[in-house]
Design a binder for this molecule. Sequence first.
Ligand code: MG
Length: 254
Amino acid sequence: MVTLKSHREIEKLRVSNSIVAEILAVLKEEIRPGINTLKLDRRAENLTKGFKAKPAFKGYRGFPYTICASVNNQVVHGFPTSAPLKEGDILSIDFGVFFDGYYGDAAITVPVGKVSEEVSHLLRVTEESLYLGIKQARYGNRLSDISHAIQSHVEANAYSVVRKFVGHGIGKDLHEDPQIPNYGKPGFGIRLQPGMVLAIEPMVNMGGYDVETLEDGWTAVTKDGSLSAHFEHSVVITETEPEILSKRDGSVKW
Ligand code: MG
């Protein structure tokens, strides 16, 4: 069931998602060759505690860490490790918090040091596809208008959209209805209404869209070994323009 959030609930979601945005911004600054993702994970957990929030992913269906740290051909749900990041890697961080009854969720992919033009193009197109999807998150549109906008941009750039993982509603639960595929024909699915809060999260592969899960039961990697990027924002549908909740707006205090 897709729920419509009240103004009071949206205000709470604004706070939870601002916390996510602030912490992701700190982590982003710390990503450089030589740092390891376990260190970023501890940093994220400490910062989360500093906001009196809880990590949303740690313990979720047994996921053991605060952040999902997915390097290069890892698509999502990667485990933080002690292996140092190398110049030219890309790191996707997916991160969420629970605060005052509501969840926040967002993801970024960050170049480690200097990456090739080919790799930065993948990151740019993936982030652009997120914003094109968000642009369709409008009152009166249908859900798959978001999906279609993402897929069109990705495939116009000869990349592929991961099918296996999808975006989702967010609120009192981390994953609520509806599921939001990042591909599909326009004009299908539920009609979007003010008060719906959606976590839109394209995962884009440089090669084919097939993924497989490693033996740890979590880490998803591209089947063909190609690089993968991931960007996510939590967004509320309004009477007019969609509002991105998981951005830094100064509404949370350190
Ligand atoms: Mg998500």
